[in-house]
Design a protein around this ligand. Structure first.
Ligand code: SF4
Length: 237
């Protein structure tokens, strides 16, 4: 597809998803700090499990940078147990909290200060924080225009012929950022926040790894023109 065709398709995709789902108002979380904690906890699990872990942290009165950093590691692990991989995630949270508390004075404003590249570099230097987690924090907690890419994005884009299957995280992020520059309401941050949320909904509801449910999918109109051989070989409609 030409660049213009991809640009049209990506923006049209948002129109279709938005009409189907409405604005998603992501990310779920009452504070920027809760968003950051959720971004770590949601690695390799579903959001329901994250909610249970965050509920535990709130009930224990420790959902703040200083209080959470002050917890013994085994206590932190126990509280976030519902999120799965709790020992690994407790260490990752501690690594994140160390930066926030010891180097940023407990302030998320300091954590996200400066340009997007600077803030992203700061986050990616934390052991256990990869690009998807860092970009989720930047986009939804730090209000930086840093497009979030995940497995759903890659699957949906590849199935529609908008990107090659083996594209890198940064390559796909660049493709999205480069073609989604004209937000419908003029608010780029809102556009990118909601765009990722819409893709997650499509991925969960329709674009399963096996047997995608194209019939009821809002992106079905954009499957037309896709090479039929590829589509049929993957069980697409
Ligand atoms: S389910 Fe089908 S129509 Fe929907 S995004 Fe996936 S491939 Fe496209």
């Amino acid at each position: 597809m030409s660049n213009r065709s991809i640009e049209w398709a990506l923006n049209e995709a948002y129109t279709l998803m938005r009409e189907h789902y409405g604005h998603q108002h992501w990310w779920p979380g009452e504070t920027a700090f809760e968003v950051c904690v959720g971004a770590v906890l949601t690695q390799n699990t579903n959001w329901g499990n994250v909610e249970r872990a965050i509920h535990n942290l709130k009930a224990a009165g420790v959902l703040s940078p200083v209080a959470l950093y002050g917890l013994p590691l085994d206590r932190l692990s126990a509280l976030i147990r519902p999120a799965g991989y709790f020992n690994v995630k407790a260490v990752r949270l501690r690594n994140f909290l160390r930066l926030v508390v010891e180097e940023c004075g407990g302030s998320l404003e300091s954590l996200f200060a400066g340009g997007t590249c600077d803030a992203r570099t700061r986050l990616l230097a934390i052991s256990g924080i990869g690009p998807e987690t860092a970009d989720s924090m930047l986009l939804y907690a730090g209000h930086h225009a840093s497009f979030v890419v995940d497995a759903y994005t890659r699957r949906i884009f590849h199935r529609h012929g908008w990107c090659p299957e083996e594209i890198s995280y940064e390559g796909l992020q660049e493709l999205c950022a480069g073609h989604l520059r004209i937000p419908p309401n003029g608010d780029l941050l809102d556009y990118w926040q909601d765009y990722h949320a819409q893709l997650v909904s499509v991925g969960k509801d329709h674009c399963r790894s096996r047997q995608p449910r194209c019939d009821q999918c809002p992106l079905r109109p954009l499957l037309h023109g896709k090479k039929s051989g590829i589509a049929s070989s993957r069980g697409l409609c």
